[in-house]
Design a binder for this molecule. Structure first.
Ligand SMILES: Nc1ncnc2c1ncn2[C@@H]1O[C@H](COP(=O)(O)OP(=O)(O)OP(=O)(O)O)[C@@H](O)[C@H]1O
Length: 217
């Protein structure tokens, strides 16, 4: 398998408190990872550093074999890496406008964006919500819309922060079913989670943050 992202050393501190100091972080292309660790271990912080949403100190970074720096965060990674928050924020427009927002921001034309949004909604099973008020969606619907909003941008790396937290029953299963679909389309997916079904999913590489180190299990 070829490495999508490799970081020889990645350190994150809040003030004088070192949260993690990781050696040789390697994420392969088209692979699913679950990132576990106790509350406060630094899972969200790690995802947010990788997404360029928080600063971290990194050295020896390569993306698809090409050396680069994480600071300032490169536009190449800004396009290729998408972070999905545990409680995704929806603009109070429509579901379709939320899913198309990133495309429009990247300069994709109206017609092309509308086609991509329609495909994304079909993929995530949320076509029926097209004109819905985002403020009225259920937790499971919000997660699926957020995944559609990420999927439509065709990221090479998707960072999902507790994608099934607060979901149960069918809503949780619908979200879980979307994960292998992302990987089969060529994306690498890293999910910070405590969900046993995600952790036990076939073919998923398990990573654990413990005492500031990353264990490959
Ligand atoms: N901006 C910040 N300033 C100081 N400390 C912070 C900041 N952000 C996070 N922390 C601390 O860093 C630690 C790791 O937080 P983080 O949210 O990354 O953990 P987590 O493993 O995702 O936890 P959980 O499973 O509870 O979501 C926590 O102790 C948190 O309080």
């Amino acid at each position: 398998m070829s490495a999508l992202l490799r970081i020889a050393r990645l350190r994150k501190a809040h003030g004088t408190r070192v949260l993690f100091e990781l050696d040789d972080v390697v994420l392969d292309a088209a692979r699913a990872y679950v990132l576990t660790g106790i509350n406060g271990a630094g899972k969200s912080s790690l995802l947010r550093v990788l997404a360029g949403l928080e600063p971290g100190e990194a050295s020896g970074v390569t993306w698809q074999g090409q050396p680069l720096a994480l600071s300032p965060y490169p536009p190449l990674l800004r396009e290729a890496i998408v972070y999905v928050h545990q409680h995704p924020v929806m603009f109070s427009t429509s579901v379709a406008a939320n899913i198309g927002y990133g495309l429009r921001a990247r300069g994709v034309g109206k017609v092309q964006a509308a086609q991509a949004v329609a495909q994304a909604m079909a993929w995530a099973g949320v076509e029926h919500l097209q004109g819905s008020d985002p403020a009225r969606l259920s937790g499971g619907e919000v997660q699926r819309v957020a995944l559609a909003r990420a999927w439509v941008l065709r990221p090479a790396l998707l960072l999902l922060d507790e994608p099934t937290a607060n979901l149960d029953g069918a809503a949780r299963e619908q979200v879980i079913a979307l994960i292998p679909a992302l990987v089969s389309l060529g994306a690498t997916v890293v999910m910070a989670c405590h969900d046993r079904d995600l952790i036990g999913m076939p073919g998923v590489q398990r990573l654990k943050l413990r005492d500031g180190k990353l264990e490959y299990k």
